[in-house]
Design a protein around this ligand. Sequence first.
Ligand code: HEM
Length: 138
Amino acid sequence: MLWLKAFHVIFMVTWFAGLFYLPRLYVYHASASDQPGRQRFKIMERKLFVMMTIGATFTTLFGVWMLVAVPGYLKMGWLHAKLTFVIALFAYHAWCYRLLVDFRNDANRHDERWYRLFNEVPSILLIAIVILVVVKPF
Ligand code: HEM
């Protein structure tokens, strides 16, 4: 069980490295005007997205494995709240993919400021999830 939790947390850190940095790349990409610079951003974004998707997959795999190993978790209120935030995180991840495709097609529709705000969302979800899972307030 502790091994599962350790790998769950390790992959969660990998996932969040991408969730924090990919929108930051979008901030710079949105204001890049030269063609070689844009091409470089596209490659970096694609590679980072692959890495964070691997992180998301294994975080989920080890998380679900813990739920199967200890069915009692499913009766706990904090876990339900946590999973609701995790679903929001999946939606954010999918949204990042949509934006990546827009950039790839040179069809970005947002400015730098919008990406700076967008970049704040994973921090809020991280704070909520970690407090729920560690403090277990209900
Ligand atoms: C489908 C997704 C997920 C499932 C099913 C899941 C499930 C679980 C379960 C059952 C535990 C053990 C809780 C305990 O023993 O107290 C756990 C621990 C943990 N989870 Fe998740 N989790 C998921 C996603 C996430 C995400 C996205 C994050 C971070 C944002 C996260 C952060 C943590 C942390 C930090 C712990 C260790 C808490 C501790 O024992 O101190 N989990 N998770």
